[in-house]
Design a protein around this ligand. Structure first.
Ligand code: HEC
Length: 84
């Protein structure tokens, strides 16, 4: 599955869009913030599965336990390709 299809299947796109902020930050903004960070994939994969708060605004992201570790890494790699 491509990153985008996986994001759709795991309902990430209910809260995120590629190019504009919705409930969560746009994936382009995430990619821009983490550009050049060698640990970006593990950091983001962990954030995807565990959720997070306080990094982007007042709304927290709930944990996503339906996402496997391999899928989280795949989603993180896809998001990082979206840097504008
Ligand atoms: C219920 C809404 C919601 C869903 C569903 C959701 N997110 Fe999020 N996401 C958020 C919010 C809100 C934030 C910002 C949290 C913060 O400020 O720390 C966020 C943050 C992120 C970040 C940035 C993490 C960081 O540390 O900077 C990534 C990457 C991300 N989400 C990916 C995903 C992926 C992939 C999925 C699907 C498996 C997903 N999100 C599902 C709302 C959501």
């Amino acid at each position: 599955m491509t990153g985008e299809a996986l994001a759709r299947a795991r309902t990430c796109l209910a809260c995120h869009q590629v190019n504009r902020k919705q409930v969560g930050p746009s994936y382009q903004d995430v990619a821009a913030r983490f550009a050049g960070n060698p640990d970006a994939v593990p950091i983001l994969a962990n954030a995807i599965r565990k959720g997070g708060r306080g990094q982007w605004g007042a709304v927290p992201m709930p944990a996503q336990p339906q996402v496997s570790e391999a899928e989280a890494a795949e989603l993180a790699r896809w998001i990082l390709t979206l840097k504008p």
